[in-house]
Design a protein. Structure first.
Length: 558
């Protein structure tokens, strides 16, 4: 099998190693802001940063960019650490926080002030925006731009001490208000925020902006390749300007395309709205595209890493079919998930010629894809449950399941023929009556006859009642953001709860997080809401693989 070609980032790293650019080092970092839970887009960055380090026997730091006390907290820090570990990566002893560098960042800011490259500005945030200009018009210089170095140093120190109100002053870099790149038009480096920091307490009243902090964090940690998503491409010139002005170690910033997913939103701000408005049950709601939500739903780290690998690394943003993500989890669970029988919409099936008190314990294979999975025993008796839609009184031509006078096979058991139905006063079927062929055990018959329909079932006497949650996309549109109000595109049927499902008794021992294939129904996972005597399952994905069909069609059409 030929070696996989390098992506463009690997090509850069290979070139740097050849020229000994960083003395043969490869050192990356994953720098999340702890203001929310990570989502599937972050999984791409995690896999890329840790993967590059792993491939080239380098190192990758986990660094929290905690420079905004208004939104950040310990809950998000812990959730991010859990997600990175769950995906299979280890930062070892390289856990860092931007807030630990605040003193060093402050000293570097003083350096720029002394060089005449930074000044304290009294313009309000709105006035700064008004002065900035546009892509076609130059900005206007602040009337406070030419303060003396001494005055700026005094004011900046007083800002640090908390002597000024929020929004009354900022520290700005002194670059060029006519620069064609708007990011170079005297960007803000510090703003006054009088809110305690979750790690630093009330030590600071000024906090660095991302543009100022980002390059310093990378430089302090001696990062070689600072991998960022494309929205930071226009900021690279500022990243390099700061480091050049300070004359300190300069990493290489490289931008790659973001991963976007159809039928969902990956904006932390919008995900926060979903949580705060109670539209979802929390950051780990199984409908959320967060790593925590995917994990709770039943996705595996292997499936997510496979998905990220398949989407590739490019210089352009991509919008990926949700069906590809579902395809990856199907492929993974097909190999590892045991097959069991569960009836989601039960109706009773009574075998009239089967002895009343007889119980047979039949052998059932756990997973035909796994030769070591073995078998289990399932009980069979006179009264069973089958799916309501597996029976029709007046079936269409291509309906091969149960109908009056028709014979079908019960999985792992016998052939049965329907003889009668019982209905209630509303004409709803309450019982289906059949007779069985005692000579057809295991699907074999003396006369060699075959049937087209095979049904799953559970023993009415031995089954367990369970709650099953069926999930669909949280949004009804491929791109929920294309309308002004993304909440208008919510799917009212994104979660359907079934409270009276019947599952085989082997699932009594199932534990939270265990995954199964419910025959003919899809893959399911035991949810954390499960308690003693109350099993709750999440549907991870259906068995229908639309991505595989689409890929096959594309291949056939060349």
């Amino acid at each position: 099998m030929p070696d996989k070609p390098f992506n463009f980032i690997e090509e850069i790293v290979e070139s740097d190693l050849e020229t000994n650019k960083y003395e043969g080092r490869v050192h990356t970092r994953f720098p999340p802001e702890p203001n929310g839970y990570l989502h599937i887009g972050h999984a791409k960055s995690i896999c890329l940063n840790f993967g590059i380090a792993e491939k080239y026997e380098g190192m990758c730091n986990l660094r929290f960019d905690d420079t905004n006390p208004l939104k950040e907290g310990e809950e998000f820090v812990e959730s991010i650490k859990k997600d990175v570990r769950w995906l299979g990566f280890d930062w070892k002893d390289r856990l860092y926080f931007a807030s630990d560098y605040f003193e060093q960042m402050y000293k570097h800011a003083v350096q720029l002030i002394k060089k005449g490259k930074a000044y304290v500005d009294d313009l309000s945030p709105e006035e700064i925006r008004d002065h900035r200009g546009t892509l076609t018009e130059s900005g206007k210089e602040s009337p406070y731009r030419n303060r003396t170095v001494e005055e700026n140093l005094e004011l900046f120190e007083r800002m640090r001490k908390g002597e000024f109100e929020e929004g009354s002053k900022t520290l700005r870099a002194k670059i060029d208000m006519a620069h064609p790149n708007l990011n170079m038009r005297d960007p803000v480096m510090y703003r006054i925020i009088k809110k305690p920091h979750y790690r630093q307490g009330e030590k600071w009243y000024i906090y660095p902006t991302y543009d100022w902090a980002h390059c310093l964090e990378d430089s302090i940690e001696l990062i070689t390749h600072s991998l960022c998503t494309l929205e930071f491409a226009d900021h690279r010139i500022l990243y390099e300007w700061f480091l050049d002005q300070l004359g300190i170690y300069k990493p290489q910033q490289i931008e790659f395309g973001r991963l976007n997913l159809k039928y969902t939103v990956l904006s932390k701000r919008k995900l926060t709205i979903l949580v705060q408005k109670g539209i979802v049950s929390g950051w780990d709601d199984p409908r959320m595209p967060t790593i925590a939500g995917l994990r709770r739903r039943g996705y595996t780290p292997e499936a997510i890493r496979d998905f990220v690998e398949r989407t590739g690394v490019s210089r352009t943003d991509s919008v990926v079919e949700y069906s590809l993500l579902e395809h990856c989890i199907r492929e993974d669970l097909n190999k590892r998930a045991n097959r069991v029988m569960a009836v989601l919409d039960p109706v009773k099936l009574i075998i009239d010629n089967y002895p009343d008190d007889k119980v047979e314990w039949l052998d059932a294979e756990n997973n035909p894809e796994d030769p070591n999975a073995g078998t289990r025993k399932i009980p069979f008796c006179k009264e069973l449950f089958i799916e309501r839609d597996d029976f029709m009184e007046n079936p269409p031509k291509k309906f091969f399941r149960l109908a009056l006078g028709r014979e079908v096979r019960l999985k792992h058991a016998y052939y049965v023929t329907c003889t009668d139905v019982v209905k209630d006063e509303n004409d709803n079927i309450t019982e289906i009556h059949c007779v069985y062929d005692p000579e057809s055990k295991g699907g074999w018959t003396k006369d060699g006859r075959k049937v087209k329909g095979t049904l799953h079932w559970v023993s009415a006497r031995h089954c367990i009642t369970a709650e099953v949650r069926l999930y669909e996309h949280l949004f009804i549109k491929e791109n929920p953001d294309e309308d002004e109000g993304f909440l208008e595109n919510l799917n009212p049927n994104s979660m359907v709860v079934l409270n009276s499902c019947k599952v085989e008794p082997s699932l009594k021992e199932a534990k939270i997080g265990d995954k199964f294939q419910f025959l003919r129904k899809g893959y399911f996972c035991v949810d954390k809401d499960t308690t003693e005597g109350h099993l709750v399952f999440n549907r991870i994905v259906t068995l229908k693989d639309t991505w595989a069909k689409l890929a096959k069609k594309i291949k056939q059409n060349g």
